[in-house]
Structure formats: C-alpha cells, structure tokens
Design a protein around this ligand. Structure first.
Ligand SMILES: [Zn+2]
Length: 150
C-alpha cells in the first residue's frame, strides 16, 4: 500500500518505540525523515483524545526549543502515537535524546501551550495531567525505545 505504516504489522511491534517510518530525498537533495513515535501498544491501549491533544501542543512547542530541524509533530488517528518529521539525517540516538528532553519539558509544564480558542481549534479539549502521566510512562521505558519488534 502507499502509506508506509499500512505495510507494518502492528501486531508485531512492541511499544513504546521510535522508528523511522519514511525518508524522502527532495528534488534539490534535502532530506526529510519521518519517525513513528509510538506511546501505546497498538490495538491494546490508546491515549484519550484530550491527552493526545495536550501532548501534541506541548511537544510540538518544546521540540523547537531543542532543535531547529523539526518540521512537524502530529497525532496518529489511532491515538497510539505521533509522527515526528525532521529535516536532514540524524542519529537515532540524537532523535531519542530530543524526544526525551521534550518529554521532560512536558513533565515540567504548568500549562498546555496555546490551549485556548484563539490559538487552537478545540481549546477546551486538553488534559495536562493526562499528558504528564503519558510522558512519564513513555520516559520510564526509554531504554526500550530502540527495540521496535517484539
Ligand atoms: Zn489544538
């Protein structure tokens, strides 16, 4: 199928993990790399939408404090993880460090950035406490992030 993750057997992975889902060389030679940042075991658990939403806002904002090569951080519709898109090739370890540093920011946050009706499409649908609990669970398993397959 056209979408990389549609060719991934979601029964065979072991979350949490971070893996490269796609790599594109653009016409002038620049590279985009897309990571599958999986918080939850597919078809076994998921994050509630306000939790996903607050993780999205808080991570998307704070990633850019650590790296100037972030293009996008977006939720998966299945509510089990996120896609991170960056410019250029980076060591897997550097990407894991980037995500870990940003999850530490989530734990330290006192509010969700831009969780209001001016800056967001559903400013009421947020849970900082839930986002922090999910970030804590993800960080607790950091040693397992590089192991994708069960
Ligand atoms: Zn929003």
């Amino acid at each position: 199928m056209n979408v990389e993750s549609f060719n991934l057997d979601h029964r065979a992975v072991r979350a949490p993990y971070i893996r490269v889902a796609d790599r594109k060389v653009l016409p002038h030679g620049d590279v985009l790399v897309k990571y599958d940042v999986r918080f939850c075991q597919p078809n076994r658990e998921h994050l509630e939408m306000p939790v996903m939403h607050s993780l999205e806002h808080t991570i998307a904002e704070n990633l850019r404090n650590h790296a100037d090569y972030v293009v996008d951080f977006s939720p998966m519709g299945c509510q089990t993880g996120f896609y991170l898109i960056v410019v250029g090739d980076h060591d897997d370890a550097a990407i894991r460090d980037l995500v870990a540093a940003t999850l530490a920011d989530v734990l330290a946050a006192t509010e969700v950035p831009a969780a209001n009706e001016v800056q967001c499409g559903w400013g009421a649908s947020h849970s900082l406490a839930g986002a922090q609990e999910a970030a804590r669970r993800m960080l607790d398993k950091r040693a397992e992030w590089s192991e994708v397959m069960a």
